[in-house]
Design a protein around this ligand. Sequence first.
Ligand SMILES: O=C(O)CCC(=O)C(=O)O
Ligand SMILES: [Fe+2]
Length: 215
Amino acid sequence: MESSNDSRLRSILCPEQGANLREVDKCMWFNLFSGCDPYTVMLTAMRIPRDTCYVASEGLPQLVYSGYQPHAYSWDEFPPLKDILDAVHKALPGSRFNSLLLNRYKGGDDYVGWHADDEKLYGPTPEIASLSFGCEREFLLKKKPDKTSRGKNTSGEPPRKRLKKDAFPDKHSFVLKHGSLLVMRGYTQRDWLHSVPKRVKADSLRINLTFRLVL
Ligand SMILES: O=C(O)CCC(=O)C(=O)O
Ligand SMILES: [Fe+2]
């Protein structure tokens, strides 16, 4: 983090603040989400259990996910995000992200359910960089059931019981702390699902930025 472009990220990642967002950063995220039309944010929140905001370079195909087409804000409307994007590019040499989905988890009741970011506009092997600020939360990954073996009952157990027990044998959990950068690449979206479940103990704000490349 050497260049002046990184100073915004460096200040947000100030180590002494630990897992808590400083008031000044809370204010920045508040302003940023307010910069996204609050009505849109509210409508989104009625459909999905967190606030989101979408930023994308001009001229990209429109993103549609979960039957919802978010308005694409421009990077120029949110200069701090441009600085953070530069820092992420620097941290991941060769990456060239052109869009960003912001998630705001107001507390432990906000979550994202099991899904894969496998929209066609990201191509077959998307690289997604996920940067987290504020309250730490658990991030779960589980392997999608193998299509070739699905439906073949070799265990001798009744089918429904077998599915419950074996559907997702491969499951992993990561704690995403303040300042963590998680990268999903290769066939992660094709083969795995991920989620950030509700957590009663997660009692403060978390901001998550997922940088993506729309092809
Ligand atoms: O908040 C997170 O860590 C994950 C967010 C996510 O999966 C998404 O925006 O697609
Ligand atoms: Fe996701």
